[in-house]
Design a protein around this ligand. Structure first.
Ligand code: GLN
Length: 496
């Protein structure tokens, strides 16, 4: 089987027709993972565990038992999701030895759907970053150009799909971590509406922004995986009890109307001209397919990055307080006083300080300090509460725009994949990678990134489509109009 041409939907057809078995498929992917180990996609992959799941599914298929919608299909999992009994590190030294005692809800749903859990993928530490370079386990390489980053924080999951190490993957997106790596790796990725997918068992970064979502090569695969993971979960009170449409079945129905908004503020300074040209070309594709396009404005979008870098660190400083070596996380062995004054502290406090100092990397520490400052007495009004007001204004901007159009078409990333090492010493440059993705999380609406071109040097370009909250069905259908008219989603890196 030519794994570089496989999609999950195609694979299911072959499995159901008896043309192949899940064991054969898993063996093929394991073989590729072996050969492409240099990409550093997986932080944990247990061949025997994957094969054992495949054997069970093959047995059920042979016996004619009823099978779930992903029966026998490998899915790579970002290492931020809890899998019972398996290492779940969040890309951090802090959780190096953590084996969760339970499954995240999305993992339980994958298992029930018959999916094969195919490895845990590399990521920026605690999902903080845009390049997968803040991982304690080293960077993942971009399959299109191994001197470049795959994007982040779900870089391992995006690279897994791009390099055909799995047909599907799960990621998480707090400010762009599904859409930006999807774009830089030339694949499709969706951040669902806040509340569409359960966060139970997703290790929290910023709880009011985090959302789990799918990576795949095309929209049929995205629709399939979204259908499996979406829906109300009593274990997550922020998951919404809205009906889950059969996204895969309705994908090819034409969108109700095709009114596309181009956001004025998102076509300007900082946007690479090659990317702008690819997006403008996509607009022409839509117009040729009968869409009406019009310019709309998100006047507060420019405050998205500053508001996010208050809200997200504030929530992270609180969420990450639990990792102090007592119950959760790395525990320092040596916590003798390290600097003057520490000898007066109780040993337990010194143990926590040393454990956190050793367990967390530089970016996580920076966020914790920023967040603690923004929430501290006397500053909360000036920073945190102000940021919440800006967040509200950003949401209102989107509401106003969606009165005029059905979807917004914008870039996903201002540049194509950058070089490993290029931005890691410059946090502000790194933070600007998410300029087009962050407002979506602040507003809670869905964002979908689809491939729409290649740069002259052969790097993938993606575009982003945004829709009102819970309008994923129409969002996917709108994207499908573009997919049908182009072949960017079929391009693969030259990696064997
Ligand atoms: N790059 C952004 C950050 O570092 C977004 C990360 C994410 O979505 N998890 O916060």
């Amino acid at each position: 089987m030519d794994f570089t041409r496989v999609t999950a939907t195609g694979l299911l057809a072959q499995l159901n027709a008896g043309a192949t078995t899940s064991v054969e498929v898993v063996r093929g992917y394991l073989d590729r993972a072996d050969r492409l180990g240099r990409l550093n996609v997986f932080v944990h992959l247990e061949p025997e565990a994957a094969l054992a799941q495949a054997r069970v599914i093959d047995g059920k298929r042979r016996a004619g038992e009823r099978l779930g919608p992903l029966a026998g299909v490998p899915v790579a999992i970002k290492d931020v999701l809890c899998v019972e009994g398996e290492p779940t590190t969040c890309g951090s030294r802090m959780l190096k030895n953590f084996r969760p005692p339970y499954d995240a809800t999305v993992i339980a749903r994958l298992k029930a759907a018959g999916a094969i859990l195919f490895g845990k993928t590399n990521m920026d530490e605690f999902a903080m970053g845009s390049s997968t370079e803040t991982s304690a386990y080293g960077p993942t390489l971009n399959p299109w150009d191994e001197s470049r980053i795959p994007g982040g924080s779900s870089g391992g999951s995006a690279a897994a799909v791009a390099a055909s190490l799995a047909p599907l993957a799960l990621g998480s997106d707090t400010g762009g971590s599904i859409r930006q790596p999807a774009t830089l790796c030339g694949i499709t990725g969706l951040k669902p509406s806040y509340g569409r997918v359960s966060r139970y068992g997703l290790i929290a970064f910023a709880s009011s922004l985090d959302q789990v979502g799918p990576f795949g090569h095309d929209l049929a695969d995205i629709a399939l995986l979204l259908g499996v993971i979406a829906g109300r979960d009593p274990m997550d009170s922020t998951s919404v009890d809205a009906p889950v449409p059969d996204y895969a079945a309705t994908l090819d129905a034409p969108p109700d109307t095709l009114r596309i908004g181009l956001v004025r503020e998102y076509f300007g300074e900082g946007l690479d001209p090659e990317i702008e040209a690819a997006i403008r070309e996509a607009v022409r594709v839509y117009e040729a397919a009968g869409a009406t396009t019009k310019e709309v404005s998100l006047p507060h979008a420019k405050y998205g990055i500053p508001a996010y870098y208050i809200v997200a660190p504030a929530e992270c400083s609180s969420n990450l307080a639990r990792y102090d070596g007592t119950i959760y996380g790395h525990r320092a062995e040596d916590f003798s006083p390290r600097s003057p004054g520490e000898e007066d502290l109780p040993p337990m406090i010194r143990m926590m300080m040393a454990s956190r100092a050793e367990g967390f990397g530089a970016e996580v520490k920076r966020r914790i300090m920023l967040g603690t400052f923004a929430l501290s007495a006397g500053y909360a009004d000036q920073y945190y509460n102000q940021a919440l007001k800006v967040r509200r204004l950003i949401r209102d901007d989107f509401d106003a725009a969606f009165k005029e159009v059905d979807v917004l078409l914008i870039p996903t990333s201002p540049t194509a994949a950058f070089k490993i090492g290029e931005r890691i010493e410059d946090p502000l440059a790194m933070y600007l990678s998410d300029i087009y993705t962050i407002t979506t999380n602040l507003a809670g609406i869905p964002g979908l990134s689809v491939p729409c071109g290649l740069t002259r040097s052969g790097l993938p370009i993606g575009m982003q489509l945004l829709a009102p909250a819970f309008a994923e069905e129409n969002l996917l259908r709108t994207a499908r109009v573009f997919e049908r008219a182009t072949d960017w989603h079929t391009r693969r890196p030259e990696i064997v």
